[in-house]
Ligand binder design. Structure first.
Ligand code: GTP
Ligand code: MG
Length: 317
């Protein structure tokens, strides 16, 4: 615990490995560790970053993170990607895409926990986030691929949700359809360089109009739409200015604290539901009845509600 508070990287890495382990004794130890460190958590700015593959998430995090460490801040990068595997080529690619940050002593880059359920992966990422806060990281950036559900779980563990977009037609509506824009605290259009500048501006105007129609999520914050280039670094610093502006406003009016409280309780319920569900699925009384009832419901011989009634009676609930 002392090693974590002192920010020793090797100790932090080992603690995260403990959090990610599936072994029961490791999980017990991890729970104790997180609980003990809880008073030291909560001090980082937590930022979720999403966008379709190739939008430039890794390049953006590398550029943004390096800007922050140059200012003397400590930056941690986590990821939520339930499809990833630890040995996969994508992580190797990410390390090279985040070349500067990976070699930066004031940055800590951790790939997504190995494949599992989205809930499981997200839970581990949350606990790693708390460890990194206790270790003194000022900013935690959580990256996720743009695949619907994982965006919601990352929005639910961060203070600020940054949605990256590409300049170009069609892309705009795609984002709107997925409902991601409704989660956004800011939309940033990347690759606004070279020939893309004008198209990026046009896309920004479209998003501004769309956001205007959607209405703001908070009475105190209208999500800005900005353009930047992760490649040249133009506009990178002002991305962070917006994040801090949001942090100041939301801290002052109490919304940040309220959001975190809600997130914590929601997380508790999500874990409880997952636990109860897995207990239910392995219940012998349920397993004995399930094949027959499932077949009857599938064939249309039995109504779903009657089947549930019979299962619930067998379980005594
Ligand atoms: N022109 C230009 N290219 C960029 C910019 N940012 C990223 N790229 C390029 O876009 C490609 C994808 O960038 P990544 O950072 O790997 O994108 P990603 O969103 O992390 O992609 P996945 O991890 O596959 O989801 C790379 O070839 C980058 O060099 C930019 O601002 N301008
Ligand atoms: Mg990437």
């Amino acid at each position: 615990m002392r090693g974590i508070r002192a920010g020793e990287r090797a100790v932090i890495a080992r603690a995260i490995t403990l959090v990610e382990s599936r072994r029961a004794d490791h999980q017990r130890a991890a729970r104790r560790l997180v609980q003990d460190l809880l008073p030291d958590t909560g001090k980082a700015v937590r930022v979720g970053i999403t966008g379709t593959p190739g939008v430039g998430k890794s390049t953006t995090i590398d550029a943004l993170g390096s800007t922050l460490t140059r200012q003397g801040r400590k930056v941690a990068v986590l990821a939520v990607d339930p499809s990833s595997t630890r040995t996969g080529g994508s992580i190797l690619a990410d390390k090279t895409r985040m070349a500067r940050l990976s070699a930066d002593p004031n940055a800590f880059v951790r790939p997504s926990p190995a494949a599992g359920t989205l809930g499981g992966v997200a839970g581990k990422t949350r606990e790693s986030l708390l460890l990194l806060e206790a270790a003194g990281y000022d900013a935690v950036l959580v990256e996720t691929v743009g695949t619907g559900q994982s965006e919601t779980v990352v929005a639910d563990m961060t203070d600020f949700f940054l949605v990256l977009m590409l300049p170009g037609a069609g892309d705009e509506l795609q984002g709107l359809k997925k409902g991601v824009v409704e989660l956004a605290d800011m939309i940033a259009i990347n690759k606004a360089d070279g020939d893309n500048r004008a198209r990026a501006q046009a896309a920004a105007a479209e998003y501004r109009a769309a956001l205007h129609i959607l209405g703001a999520r908070s009475p105190h914050w209208s999500p800005p739409v900005v353009t930047y280039s992760a490649l040249t670094g133009e506009g990178i610093a002002s991305l962070w200015t917006k994040v801090l502006e949001h942090h100041d406003v939301m801290s002052a009016n109490g919304e940040l604290a309220a959001r975190r409280r809600q997130q914590q309780v929601k997380w508790m319920w999500a874990m409880l539901e997952e636990r109860i569900l897995s207990r239910l699925r392995s219940d012998p009384a349920l397993r004995a009845k399930l094949p027959r009832l499932e077949a009857a419901v599938a064939d249309g011989r039995m109504s779903a509600s009657l089947a549930v009634e019979e299962l619930a009676a067998a379980l005594g609930i």
